[in-house]
Design a protein around this ligand. Structure first.
Ligand code: AMP
Length: 184
């Protein structure tokens, strides 16, 4: 099983949920830049104050900032034997920075495929349940635009190592598809 895995997919595709399950199954750290940034906002750190407005608008925070927090996280002991990246890289510049930062290449990219109507429905439902600041209709639209313009080009960037997984279905069904594809 590959142990340096990257999750790719539009907002609402289920990356966070599936990445957490897989990281626990593989006993590697789940590194989510979205979670780290939201924690910083909640804790009111300098970083948090700097990024709060950008996140609320659905835009990407600067590459320098995220690359620095990911570099620091990957340098920790628990990431030595593998890790699962969720929400990073978000564009080609970040992917190049990751390439420069790590000696072992990313073995597998899991791309969760979910159509736009389903995504918007899921994100609006999540807005009601979790109250995330960036889960409102305007920001959701913006995040989807940013995904298509900035992040989707990574599918070609990673090319052969991309496993496209149908992300529609129950959490357990999607997880089984991912586990099966990785075991092949
Ligand atoms: P996520 O939880 O991955 O959907 O991320 C939520 C928000 O955090 C995004 O809309 C961005 O504002 C910011 N963010 C998370 N990861 C990145 C990243 N790799 N690069 C830039 N901004 C990010």
């Amino acid at each position: 099983m590959p142990r340096r895995i990257l999750f790719l997919g539009p907002p609402g595709a289920g990356k966070g949920t599936q990445a957490a399950m897989l990281a626990s199954a593989l006993a590697v750290p789940h590194i989510s830049t979205g979670v780290m940034l939201r924690d910083a906002v909640e804790a009111g750190t300098d970083l948090g104050r700097e990024v709060a407005g950008i996140m609320e608008a659905g835009d990407l925070v600067s590459d320098d900032l995220v690359v620095a927090i990911v570099d620091e996280r990957l340098a920790q002991d628990d990431a030595r034997c593998g890790y699962l990246l969720d929400g990073f890289p978000r564009n080609v510049a970040q992917a190049n920075a990751l390439d420069d930062a790590v000696t072992d290449a990313i073995g597998t990219v899991v791309l969760l495929d979910v159509d736009t109507d389903e995504l918007v429905g899921r994100l609006l439902a999540r807005a009601q349940q979790e109250g995330r600041a960036d889960d409102n209709e305007e920001t959701i639209r913006r995040r989807l635009e940013v995904y298509h313009a900035e992040t989707a080009p990574l599918i070609d960037f990673y090319g052969d190592v991309v496993l496209t997984i149908d992300g529609v279905g129950s959490i357990d069904d999607v997880f089984s598809r991912i586990a099966l594809a990785l075991a092949r």
